[in-house]
Structures are given as C-alpha cells and as structure tokens.
Design a protein around this ligand. Structure first.
Ligand code: WTA
Length: 635
C-alpha cells in the first residue's frame, strides 16, 4: 500500500495508527516513496525535547530544488509550475513551465554565486508577490544559502532588525510594488533599513514598477542584466538533511522577533506529504493559495509543498478588492482553479460585499476549499461553503504555525466529514494532547485545554536563530516533554479539535501574528507616552482588532488627544508596519497591576470586549480602583 496518498477514511485511520505506533518506519516509507535522495539517511529520527534536539533523516544528502524542479523535467517540463497573475488585470498573466523555472532558478543561483554568496550565508528577501520572489527562494536553496523572507509590508526598522539578527550578506528586492491602486517604493524602504545594517554587501533589485530608485555603487545591482548574462546551468549544492533551509521571523511575547529555523529534508517531506493529502491534489489540477510568500503559508503551500508534487501553483500579486471585489472569483474562473486556499479574514471581508461579485464568475472548477491562519467563525464558514463551494467542495480548516512548518490538524477532503469551525483530526504522525494549567494531561472527549504536541514531526522548527535557549523556553518549558503551541483548543465528543485562540500574548489580526510586546515597545518610544498595554477585541472582519491603553507622561497631558492618537499609530507604522496599527486608543491614568507589577491583561481584554459584568476577582490588584475608571473611559 502506498503511504503517500490517503484515499479513504478507513485508510486514514489505518495510516494514522501506524504512524503513531511506529513514526520512524512510517516517515521512512513516505520519504522512500517519493523523493530524490543523493544519499539515504543513516537514522530516521533522533530527538530529545529536553535539550531540545530534533533531527530527521540524519546523514541523508539532497537538494530540495532537485526535488521541486529537476525531478519533474522528465515528465512535466512543459507543464506550468507557476501561474503568475499580476495586480493589474489588464496585464497578461504569465505561465512559467517547469523547464523555464529550472532555467530561471539556475540563472538566479549563478547571479548569487557571482556576488560571493555561498552555502550557509543568509539572504534576506523583501519583495512583492512576483515570480522573482519564488525564484529567489529556490535560487538560495539551490546553492545552500539560507533565505529569510521578510513580508514587504514591514517597515524599514522591522526589516533592519531582521537583517541584523540573521547577519544577512545580501538583500534581494524590487524597485517598487503594485498593490491595488497604489505603488509602494520598496527599494527606498530597503535603503532606509540598510542605514542601520553593516553586514549587507550586495543588494539585488528587480525592475517591477520602473520608478526612480537610488542605486549605491558597488552594493546595488539591477537583476535583469545580470540574469541575462548568467549561465542557465547550475549544479545543485548537495545538502545534509539537517542543513538550514530558511529562517522566518514570527512575533513572540518579547519585543524581539523569533527567527524560526527550518531545515531541509524533514521540511521537504512533510510539506510535500501534507500538500498532497490536505488538498487531494491530482495531476494537472490548478492550485491557488492567496497568502503572501512573506508568511509561512506561502513558503510551504505556494512554493515548496506544491512544487515538490509537480503541481501548478498560482501566484497573485494583488489584493482581493482591486479593481473590485470580484477579483478572486475572476481569477478562479480565468485559471480554472481546482483548490483554493485563503484566510478567514479575506472570506469575512468578501462576504460583506454584494453577492453579485461572486455570481458573475464561473466557480465550477473548484474541488477543495481551504482556510488557514485563525479560527473561522460559523457565519464565514457557511458563506464560503454555500457561495464559493456551492456546498460541493469540502472546506479544509487547516491548523498549523510558522513553527510547525506544515499543516498539523485538518480534515482530508472527501474523506474526513467536516464540521464548521473545527480543524477536526490530526494528520498522520501528529500527536496532539490537551493539558491543564497545572501541567496534567486532559484525557477523554468534550474537554478543553492548552494544545501541545507530544512527539516530533519532520517539519518542526529546529531552533530560534541565534538563541536556542529562547527556543527551549518558549516551546518546551511550560509542559516538559512536549511542544507547547501557545493555542487553546477543545476536543468534541468524537475527538475533533477546534482551536479556540491564543492563550499567550500573541494576537492574531487579519491572520497576522502580532505580539503585544513589540507594539507596546514601539508606542513607548513616543515622547508623550509613559506606559501602554495592548489587547485584542473581537472584530467582524479582522477576527481581532487592537485596543491600546495608554498612560501619558505629564508633559503629554495637555496635548491634543486626536493628534496623539495619530502620532501613536505613526510610530507603530514606522517600527513595525501598518498591519500593527491600533483600532482604538484609550488614554488612562493607570493600568490594573498585580502586586508584582504585572499588567492584568485579562481585565483589559474583557473591558475592551465589553464583558465588564464578569471581570473575575480584582481584589488582588495593587490598584483595584483603576478598573472602574478604565470602564468609564472605554471607547
Ligand atoms: C492561528 C499560520 C484557528 C493559531 C500558518 C496559530 C489558527 C497561529 C488556524 C499561527 C486555524 C492558524 N484555526 N487558528 N485553522 N491556523 N491559526 O505562525 O493561533 O502565522 O498558533 O502560522 O495562527 O500563525 P502563523
């Protein structure tokens, strides 16, 4: 029996049981079946969550781009690997075949080499959703350089912090980007960031918008002439299974972002396996994930997972509202998309618009719908099911994280009966457990607790770049012997999981992970601000929105409050990016604190969410009287 592609519910349960009973044998069989290994592994798994140390397929040699590209040249050279859909619908879309992708990746890899980039060097990629972005990731992987993509909506100081943290030697970018009706000067943001970076020797610039940019002689180079001259052959660097593939930054509960480190073989095997099963991808299907490659969803399920399966993957440069709200549905019709994977926040935003935007397009090609990034509410689930899937296309509600590398809990379409708002069952190899606050496992069904995973899977992040101690503390210390996800979950009467949301100081806004600490740090930089606390509150479209409680310094008290609010959001935009702007700001004289000085965010969260009847015990606070004052000043 093939282990790679599950085809029935019975088979799922069999495969799942085997994968738990003997994970090493299971993953070795999956890895044997499907990939190109330059040398087989010596040992499937070595692990210890105490250290923590996790190594999969140790001793194996491979290159992930040979698996994602070269391997398909025999049978699929002329099949589109990437279908590029530009921001402007009047511009032609571009189909890049596997043969062309091979050539483009080899040329880009040779350009990197010509600039002295070698195996192990870090390359930061700050680019819009254009084909060169995918090509850049793959070119790094081709030569063994470690890519770190920074979402092109981050500000120059957020970009600089990431470049400095991983000590990048090169930055790949574009002159500008098209987003809806706007053009954004991307290269200027890189220039600003690089004023505070010393490690970057080379900046490679794609010409996308044609706007004027400053090019620093010796450091900055236009990519096109270099690509024109580059050789279209580039041998793939042979990598060890555990060599780093990429670093991707995610928010944490302190100000510094965490550079999650993913390695080569396990990541490849797991993303390929989960792509095939979660989307039930069949040869010649057209698959579209609307995420940005700046996030993990784009890494795993626009680039590596689909290409490892020889799939056709759509890349969309624009936004769902441009030129109008029918854009997603028109793209589905145009490219006859079979699998469509998006975020609940996009579904909620589009569901608010007139249904005519949907009904104008032929969506009959769709077979599978997916969601990711945050809990999907019942209303949005039904709208997606009724109007996009026509009640025929199963919805896979996929739960996973930057840290997990790939989808962990999800229905398998046509196989697992779906249930609105439930991510349902763990994929093979994944062993979820629920824990209570005292560190005891909660057994049985119809229970809720903190979601942990009790055995390694191949694509788990191996470390935080430059800070293994923080990795140990963040993920492996709360519940010894287990990986702690930071999420709460419940398990229903049949064992289905529903993710209820973060239990830590991370807030998910429009599907983006935002830590409260970095936002507070940014606000506190404002010269009129003494202290601040950020919480999330429910929002119709974004899922959560941000509510800021701000204490002013004496010098700030006479300032115009509306101006101050604007300035505070400006500081956030400069330090992090517009995605972290606050929806509501309340100025207050104090914040509820415990006797040890810790802000009681639970209370602030309830006030912001209008749940003031039920604040719990506030008698242990240092300053209980402040609570009433905050309730009175609520916005
Ligand atoms: C949340 C995104 C509910 C969760 C791939 C997780 C979800 C965080 C779901 C990771 C889902 C992701 N249902 N919540 N289907 N998928 N989340 O690192 O809180 O950007 O911990 O990875 O998103 O976000 P990240």
């Amino acid at each position: 029996m093939s282990n790679y592609h599950i085809k029935s519910l019975e088979e799922y349960f069999n495969v799942y049981r085997r994968s738990i009973r003997n994970p090493e044998t299971f993953w070795a069989e999956v890895a044997e079946e499907h990939f190109l290994w330059r040398k087989k592994w010596d040992k499937v798994l070595e692990w210890d969550f105490k250290e923590p140390k996790i190594e999969w397929f140790k001793g194996a040699k491979l290159n992930i781009t040979e698996n994602c590209i070269d391997r398909h040249l025999v049978t699929k050279a002329d099949q589109p690997a990437i279908l590029f859909e530009p921001n402007n619908p009047d511009e032609d879309s571009i189909a890049i075949s596997y043969r062309q992708l091979h050539e483009r990746v080899c040329k880009m890899a040779n350009v990197l080499k010509s600039k002295g980039i070698q195996k192990g060097d870090r390359v930061v990629i700050y680019m819009p959703m254009i084909p060169e972005l995918a090509v850049s990731l793959l070119a790094c992987a081709r030569i063994g350089a470690v890519h770190s993509v920074v979402f092109a909506g981050f500000s120059s100081s957020a970009l600089a912090a990431r470049i400095n943290d991983c000590e990048a030697k090169a930055v790949m970018t574009s002159d500008g980007s098209f987003r809806g009706a706007k053009t954004i000067a991307i290269k200027a943001i890189v220039d600003e960031a690089l004023k505070n970076c010393t490690t970057v020797e080379t900046v490679l610039v794609v010409n996308r918008t044609g706007e004027d940019v400053q090019m620093q002689v010796g450091r900055d180079h236009w990519l096109e002439p270099l690509l024109d001259e580059a050789d279209s052959h580039c041998d793939a660097e042979i990598m060890d299974a555990e060599d780093p593939l990429f670093i991707l930054y995610t928010s944490g509960s302190t100000g510094k972002p965490k550079g999650m480190l993913h390695t080569t073989a396990g990541y490849m095997v797991y993303t390929a396996y989960t792509f095939k099963n979660v989307f039930q991808y069949q040869d010649e299907d057209v698959y579209w994930c609307t995420a940005d490659i700046g996030w993990i969803t784009g890494h795993s399920y626009i680039v590596y997972g689909p290409l490892a399966n020889g799939a056709t993957t759509v890349m969309f440069e624009g936004v769902p509202s441009y030129p109008d709200f029918s854009r997603f549905w028109e793209i589905i019709e145009k490219h006859k998309v079979n699998q469509f994977y998006t975020a609940p926040t996009a579904i909620r935003a589009l569901a608010k618009e007139n249904l005519d935007y949907v009904t104008g397009s032929d969506l009959s090609s769709l077979k599978v719908l997916g969601t990711v990034g945050e809990p999907i509410n019942e209303e949005a689930w039904h709208w997606y099911n009724d109007h996009i899937g026509d009640k025929k296309s199963p919805i896979v509600d996929t739960w996973w994280q930057t840290e997990t590398g790939g989808i962990m809990i999800s229905p398998i379409p046509f196989i697992t009966p779906t249930k609105p708002t439930y991510a349902t069952l763990p994929l093979p190899g994944i062993q979820p457990v629920l824990m209570d606050e005292n560190g005891n496992e909660i057994f049985g069904n119809q229970v809720d607790g903190r979601l942990c995973i009790q055995f390694p899977w191949p694509s788990i992040a191996r470390s935080i770049w430059g800070n293994h101690q923080r990795y140990a503390e963040t993920y492996f210390s709360a519940f010894p012997g287990m990986y702690f996800t930071g999420d709460g979950a419940l398990r229903d009467e049949v064992g289905y999981y529903r993710i209820t949301g973060r239990v830590d100081d991370v807030i998910i806004v429009s599907g983006h992970n935002l830590g409260t600490a970095p936002i507070e740090d940014a606000i506190n930089e404002h010269n009129a601000v003494a202290e601040s606390a950020i919480v999330g509150y429910p929002h119709d479209i974004k899922g959560n929105a941000l509510y800021g409680y701000v204490i002013l310094k004496e010098t700030g008290e006479n300032r115009d409050r509306d101006n101050l609010k604007k300035e505070i959001n400006q500081v956030i935009t400069e330090h992090i990016g517009p995605i972290a702007k606050l929806d509501k700001i309340q100025f207050t004289a104090g914040l509820p604190k415990t006797r040890s000085g810790k802000i009681m965010r639970r209370i602030l969260r309830k006030i912001a969410s209008n749940e003031t009847e039920n604040l719990g015990d506030i008698s242990t606070l240092l300053n209980p009287e402040i609570v009433d004052e905050i309730i009175k000043g609520k916005i």
